[in-house]
Design a protein around this ligand. Structure first.
Ligand code: 8YV
Length: 312
């Protein structure tokens, strides 16, 4: 019998084609769409391929009585109510590792762009200000400074490794101390922020890290500090960050993620000391193709009754 798969989210054409080869696919933009499916489909579906950052709540999971696998496209699966899935024995898989390089590359690029004022420099040229007013204001050095990694998982490691190439001292905060090559562990996130010039957030999302980058952390980073977030918007107290940016209590922030995506808090839009990106750290052809492949490898393993490749 042909397997019916619900695919939620926006997929690239090659992923759509590849998923279509695995069964009959019902395409939905968000999990809420499950409610409108015919009962026959809802009652039959064992597999959901999930992508994106809109919620996949318990209520939507409950509408699929035969669901056995949620194959997430992405390493972070905080949009999925994992407790509700676990309570029913529904497996969740993610797509770790294949995106580490891209996410770390963008994190470093954001720091360089912010500290060296690359976007402002481009505008200085294109606006004619260079010719009219002369050179732009001096910016600030990156190499040799102190970097803090908040959350030293696989992506945090990849960021730290790149920064050692910039001769930086690496400091980190994590649930536990790791075996690292001379990097300094800080059990307290505020202490980490106080010890560094640049703070990179590479925490997992979800309730456990909500608001982790608090007003205290931001103040500890201080007026020379730059915050880079490539993890989840929920990890940052955005009100506190906006207030600190407005008062120049930190030098700048570079953000790829927001609490309300794709409509970030409008107060961010007018700030001169932020650099905003549309949650695109993993968004290269190479990496998104690899992520799609890992998502499908998990579905294929499930269909063959084999162990899942990357269960969470
Ligand atoms: C998304 C991400 O997967 O992997 C993650 O956790 O945040 C991204 O790579 C991507 O935006 C597709 O939803």
């Amino acid at each position: 019998m042909t397997e019916t798969i619900i695919a939620i989210g926006g997929y690239d054409p090659w992923d759509r084609d590849a998923l279509e080869r695995m069964g009959r696919v019902i395409w939905l933009t968000v999990a809420d769409g499950i409610a409108d499916l015919p009962a026959d489909d809802r009652d039959a579906v064992r597999i959901v391929a999930f992508k994106g950052h809109t919620p996949f709540p318990a209520q939507a999971i409950a509408r699929l009585p035969k669901l056995e696998l949620i194959a997430n496209f992405g390493v972070g699966y905080d949009a999925i109510d994992a407790d509700a899935a676990r309570a029913r024995g529904i497996a969740i898989t993610n797509t770790p590792d294949v995106l580490n390089d891209d996410v770390a590359d963008l994190a470093v690029a954001l720091l360089l762009a912010q500290s060296r004022q690359i976007v402002q420099g481009h505008r200085h040229v294109t606006s004619g200000a260079w010719a009219a007013d002369g050179p732009m204001a001096l910016n600030r050095k990156v190499s040799g400074k102190r970097a803090g990694i908040m959350g030293l998982g696989r992506i945090g490691h990849a960021i730290a490794h790149r920064l050692t190439g910039f001769d930086m001292d690496i400091h980190y905060h994590s649930r536990s101390e790791k075996k690292t090559p001379g990097w300094t562990f800080h059990p307290d996130p505020v202490d980490l922020a106080a010890a560094v010039d640049f703070l990179f957030v590479s925490l997992v999302g979800g309730p456990g890290t909500d608001g982790y980058v608090s007003a205290q952390v931001i103040d500890a980073l201080g007026p020379d500090g730059i915050l880079v977030n490539i993890s989840r918007g929920s990890t940052v107290d955005e009100d506190a960050l906006i207030a600190a940016l407005r008062d120049n209590r930190i030098r700048g922030a570079a953000l790829d993620v927001f609490r309300s995506e794709p409509d970030p808090d409008p107060r961010f839009l007018d700030l001169p000391n932020v650099l905003l990106q549309p949650h695109q750290a993993s968004a290269t052809v190479e990496t998104r193709s690899a992520m799609g492949r890992v998502q499908r490898e998990n579905i294929a393993a499930f269909l063959k009754g084999r162990p899942l490749v990357t269960p969470v």
